[in-house]
Design a protein around this ligand. Structure first.
Ligand code: ADE
Length: 232
């Protein structure tokens, strides 16, 4: 069982995601657990404020470090160890930020071996640097673009990692066909009808090879019309 914890000021966004489709089934089957934590619940301020203006001036607001620290103490078991603060064993604290290391399939395979992944979602113009420096174990980005916050990035990573947990998708062994430890093979796919006519005199056909019934021919065609994604 792998546990995902998401620290966010929009917990409903993540809760909705965790209660739909295959992820919900996986949660019901106890293959994984997804919990959204409202950062505001860890604020000691009267109005549950979690942000403030940046030192040195500048545009927008910055998430403060104290509520994040308290949230991590609770959900990641963050504790002092040799002048540093470390999470419980088997727990990884991930800060989502566009400047982070690029997330890919290989990283997903590695993360799927952990017991618990704790995501910190930035919002506004950023998050106090002491979170990256002293609390997070790794900073991850899902691509070179700036989202409004880390929530969508956390969900991308959760979905990619979850697919690798045995039993979450398809029939057993399905993943083994396509996945290696470094990536996966993505081929073109077709289903019925064998000929689709969107209008008169236009016939979009399924390739002959896939209808051949010969596994060797099918395999060769798939190899030719696919790509391995995520291999270094
Ligand atoms: N937060 C904002 N943009 C992001 C990105 N591209 N990846 C991860 N977290 C983000």
């Amino acid at each position: 069982m792998i546990t995902f914890e998401v620290i966010t000021i929009f917990p409903e966004l993540v809760e909705k995601f965790a209660t739909e489709s295959l992820l919900k089934r996986a949660v019901d089957k106890k293959l994984l657990k997804i919990t959204a934590r409202n950062l505001r619940d860890f604020s000691l301020e009267k109005h549950k404020n979690v942000d403030d203006s940046p030192y040195g001036g500048g545009y927008g607001m910055v998430l403060k470090p104290d509520a994040v620290f308290r949230a991590l103490k609770k959900v990641a078991g963050l504790k002092p160890a040799n002048k540093k603060f470390l999470p419980s064993r088997g727990t990884k604290i991930i800060l989502l930020t566009p400047r982070g290391k690029r997330f890919d399939q290989k990283m997903a395979a590695k993360l799927s071996q952990e017991k618990k992944l704790v995501f910190i979602c930035g919002r506004y113009e950023g998050i106090d640097e002491r979170v990256a420096k002293h609390m997070a174990n790794v900073e991850l980005s899902i691509g070179d673009y700036d989202l409004m916050g880390g929530e969508i990035a956390a969900m991308v990573i959760i979905e990619t990692v979850s697919r690798l947990i045995p039993g979450v998708i398809g029939k057993p062994g399905f993943l083994d066909d396509r996945c290696t430890k470094d990536g996966f093979f993505e081929s073109a796919q077709y289903t019925r009808p064998a000929v689709f006519s969107p209008q008169k005199a236009i016939n979009w056909k399924v390739p002959r090879e896939l209808l051949s019934g010969d596994p060797k021919v099918v395999k060769a065609w798939r190899q030719k019309h696919g790509k391995t994604v995520g291999k270094p």
